[in-house]
Design a protein around this ligand. Structure first.
Ligand code: NAP
Ligand code: GCO
Length: 267
């Protein structure tokens, strides 16, 4: 097999959670380009309708499901329907996630629980629904979308960091527990990526100046730029393909070098 053929996803079935837009949409788009059939979910009918049009505009016949990834019954129904209508799920990307930026001592416990429920518990729920089929077929790929906050903390994101740190270890545990069935579970740790989730951090100030956090991230990133969802496509295809069959339990940070860099000296 030629090395480039190892990156093909031809005839694979991929489920990308939360892929109505943002990082999930870009990963699903890349998988379709590599030959995969795409299933995705989100909670909002409005997001779903727009996503289906956006996929169709790109020639992608994606199958969309209104499904809350924290609801085990909805997830079970979605996985069963995908299996019935599209075939066994070869690739699962646990992408759906939220963030709440609130100082910890001001955060209600319910707000903390909601972030952990979506960003961590849901990856358990969806992986648990998909793994039996992968075990039976002795083949599968699970990719968890982690974060800089799987390694670093910062003010106001206690719930998110706790969840993403846990997601890193869930990734390693799935890799450990099911690697013997030729199932690889890895993570992608995006740096700061321009999506709706980070829009508040990039908003221009009332006086027209750049957002202080925007300038901060530029100073902390050797690449001196925010990432784009396109930056994640190649790593995501790699971890979903045969090219990574002996890569397991790893978190691939796609961060422009943030984790390696102390940050630019203030002028
Ligand atoms: P986003 O733009 O906010 O998109 C999140 C997607 O997840 C939406 O499609 C949303 O649709 C869906 N979603 C949220 N909660 C859900 C639930 N309970 N059930 C089903 N779908 C749900 O986020 P993003 O920036 O693309 O981030 C995607 C993932 O990458 C997240 O896990 C995030 O933590 C992670 N990440 C992002 C960055 C970044 O800089 N952007 C960096 C590192 C990691 P509905 O609201 O319609 O459900
Ligand atoms: C924040 C950001 C980050 C990014 C991402 C970084 O408020 O610090 O939202 O958490 O979303 O997770 O990898």
């Amino acid at each position: 097999m030629k090395v480039q053929d190892r990156f093909s996803l031809e005839n694979k079935v991929a489920l990308v959670t939360g892929a109505a837009y943002g990082i999930g949409f870009a990963i699903a788009e890349a998988y379709a380009e590599a030959g995969a059939k795409i299933a995705f979910n989100c909670r909002s009918r409005e997001h779903m309708d727009k996503a289906l049009k956006d996929y169709a505009d790109r020639g992608i016949d994606a199958k969309g499901y209104l499904c809350d990834v924290t609801d085990e019954e909805q997830v079970r129904e979605m996985v069963d329907d995908i299996t019935d209508k599209m075939g066994d799920i070869d690739i699962l990307v646990n992408n759906a996630g939220i963030i709440k930026r609130i100082p910890m001592i001001e955060m209600d416990v319910e707000e903390f629980r909601k972030v952990v429920d979506i960003d961590l518990n849901a990856a358990f729920i969806v992986s648990k629904a998909v793994l039996p089929g992968m075990i039976e077929r002795r083949k599968g790929k699970i990719i968890n979308i982690c974060s800089m906050m799987s390694e670093l903390g910062r003010e106001t994101v206690s719930a998110y960091a706790a969840a993403k740190g846990g997601l890193k270890m869930l990734t390693r545990n799935i890799a450990s527990e099911y690697g013997g069935y030729n199932i690889q579970c890895n993570g992608i740790g995006p740096g700061y990526i321009a999506t709706p989730q980070t829009a508040p951090l990039r908003e221009t100030q009332p006086d027209g100046s750049r957002n202080p956090f925007d300038r901060f991230i530029i100073s902390k990133t050797p690449a001196a730029r925010w990432g784009t969802t396109d930056d994640l496509k190649g790593p995501a295809v790699f971890l979903a393909s045969e090219a990574s069959d002996f890569v397991n339990g790893q978190i691939l940070y796609v961060d422009g070098g943030i984790l390696a860099y102390i940050g630019k000296q203030p002028e």
